[in-house]
Design a protein around this ligand. Structure first.
Ligand SMILES: [Fe+2]
Length: 400
């Protein structure tokens, strides 16, 4: 009875979310693609009238000199730049405030993110803080941003987070260390460049982890109860691109075509999940990340087959459609759903992703299940509702 009541509350909340997603207009960035597109984006930013751009990135990318062609191109175009490299993984409110202080000190009039999900998320929040008299803490949650931010642009250097197209930025509270989201359509960049030439140096393990994050976004968006005809198209395209090109990008890092395909997969998956939200895979992965510092995409990848097997009784028909799109053969919905899980398992083996989570401890299962379900049941329109016991049982299967 209690379980049924909880499920009803969840369903009601998700219906509200679905209606909200329908009425909320989400902008899309103008997209520049192919090798060299980051340079063309700089020219477009200059044409939009920017005089002084804050480039938000991290020290790792500075060490690799990734910012140099961007800064040089802006200089050639007569645009000043200030580089803020103080973003770390899971950027804190303090790091965002440091970036804002640098922006104000140099009177920057535009913000360009260069990097993976963390620099893009930090830059999103910096751009809106610059025009709103408020604090990061007061912006946490849904639709708390009043005025549009400074013109904001993004150049992702990994292919997976989709942050270059989504309405969310995750920043961490320096006091509680909890990851907290700012969610608002005003966070979407005006323009973005998917430049595969910037992705060729990505190490294989990062290529696999981030690419599997994109796959998870696609799969969870397609199985979401809030999916629409439009999000289905983007989700299926993303899933297909990952299956077709991630092994190639993993094995041959300098394959520009594979890198470009993965950048598009990340972008399409982002377009899908920014409307549909994600599901239990992400909820569990977030808890794995917080407890064991497992990279986000890797945590998703490990949890994915288990969550899909759990979801299958309610999601077989949608899973079968994914399997048919991937050309996994013929059969009933249930058979094809099983084929899909097997195909994902084979992909994970090819990408050297373990099938179990090494650091996971049996004693931690109740805490992880509690955190994951709390996150999912207030946010995610999952196809099959999971109770505490089912979650703990599933997590136990992931023990090494
Ligand atoms: Fe993700």
């Amino acid at each position: 009875m209690f379980f049924a009541l909880k499920r009803l509350v969840h369903r009601t909340l998700m219906t509200v979310l679905r209606l909200l997603a329908k009425v909320l207009s989400i902008p899309r960035p103008i997209l520049f693609t192919t090798a060299g597109s980051s340079q063309r984006l700089c020219a477009a930013i200059a044409q939009m009238g920017a005089r002084h751009v804050l480039v938000v990135t991290d020290r790792g990318l500075i060490g690799l000199g990734m910012h140099e062609p961007i800064v040089a191109e802006f200089a050639r175009l007569g645009v000043d730049t200030t580089v803020f490299d103080g973003v770390e993984p899971d950027p804190s409110y303090t790091q965002v405030e440091d970036g804002l202080a640098l922006l104000k000190k140099n009177a920057c009039d535009a913000v360009l993110a260069l990097g993976g999900g963390s620099p893009i998320d930090a830059a999103k929040v910096i751009s809106v803080l610059a025009t709103n008299k408020t604090t990061v803490r007061k912006m946490i949650g849904f639709l708390k941003v009043r005025k549009p931010g400074l013109p904001f642009y993004a150049i992702p250097t990994t292919a997976g987070t989709g942050s270059e197209v989504t309405v969310a930025a995750v920043v961490s509270d320096p006091e509680t260390h909890l990851k907290t989201p700012v969610i608002d359509p005003k966070l979407v960049p005006q323009m973005a460049a998917l430049d595969p030439a910037l992705m060729v140096g990505m190490p294989p393990s990062v290529t696999a982890d981030t690419g599997l994050d994109a796959l998870t976004h696609g799969v969870e968006a397609y199985l979401s109860r809030n999916a629409t005809v439009e999000t289905d198209r983007f989700a299926l395209a993303a899933i297909q691109l990952v299956f077709d090109h991630l092994p190639e990008a993993y094995a041959e890092g300098n394959n520009l075509a594979a890198r470009e395909a993965m950048a598009m997969a990340s972008f399409y998956a982002g377009l899908a999940f920014t409307k549909t939200s994600v599901g239990y895979i992400h909820a569990i992965a977030h808890s794995f990340g917080a407890h064991y510092q497992v990279p986000h995409g890797r945590a998703n990848a490990i949890a994915m087959p288990y969550v899909l097997e759990f979801s299958q009784p309610k999601a077989a028909s949608r899973m079968a459609t994914i399997a048919r799109t991937l050309g996994l053969g013929e059969g009933t919905d249930s058979e094809l759903a099983t084929q899909l899980v097997e195909a994902i398992r084979r992909l994970l083996v090819d990408l050297d992703i373990p099938s179990h989570l090494e650091p996971l401890r049996r004693d931690d299962l109740p805490t992880i299940a509690g955190e994951a379900l709390k996150e999912a049941h207030y946010n995610y329109p999952v196809p099959r509702y999971m109770n505490r016991q089912q979650c703990e049982g599933m997590l136990a299967a992931m023990l090494a």
